[in-house]
Design a protein around this ligand. Structure first.
Ligand code: HEM
Length: 138
């Protein structure tokens, strides 16, 4: 089953247009829901981290149909995360916080189709970051 690329792109564009500080909101949600994640961060300022995450999400959305880019970039990013002390369980925290953030910003425009498209996309991304094979990407 392939990802719903158009739906993901359109909804991401809508979210960023409504809330350019989407990743600032994301960290608020993450640290409120999972305060235990806070201690992992701090190599960079929160602002730098927000920009790096936003730029990476934009790049991922731009490359949803480019399996070799996704495999290379996300594999390398996942390796760095091992070095940051990120464990598989934590991917669930970030997924929940990301979905909640997107849903909050999209508001009345959030639909069950969007929820499942983003759930699948996040699963594919986290699988690639953790070195898994994800043949449905691309
Ligand atoms: C979709 C999944 C994720 C994406 C796209 C993502 C993206 C990024 C990016 C772009 C960076 C900085 C760039 C770099 O180090 O090269 C970063 C750093 C980091 N990420 Fe993630 N990440 C993801 C999942 C997670 C998860 C599950 C955790 C666990 C809580 C996490 C915790 C961290 C930490 C601790 C840093 C280092 C922050 C610091 O500088 O102190 N990330 N992430």
């Amino acid at each position: 089953m392939g990802l719903n690329v158009q739906l993901l792109r359109d909804s991401f564009a809508l979210v960023v247009e409504r809330e350019p500080e989407v990743t600032h909101l994301f960290y608020d949600v993450l640290f409120r829901r999972f305060p235990q994640a806070r201690g992992l961060f701090g190599r960079r300022t929160q602002r730098e981290q927000e920009i790096m995450l936003r730029d990476m999400l934009v790049a991922i959305i731009d490359h949803l149909e480019d399996a070799s880019w996704l495999g290379g970039q996300l594999g390398a990013l996942g390796q760095k995360h091992v070095g940051y002390g990120v464990t598989p369980e934590m991917y669930g925290w970030v997924g929940a916080a990301l979905l909640e953030t997107l849903e909050t910003i999209a508001g009345a425009d959030w639909t069950p189709a969007l929820a499942s498209a983003w759930t699948e996309a996040y699963a594919a991304i986290s699988s690639l970051m953790q070195g898994g094979v994800q043949p449905s990407v691309g």
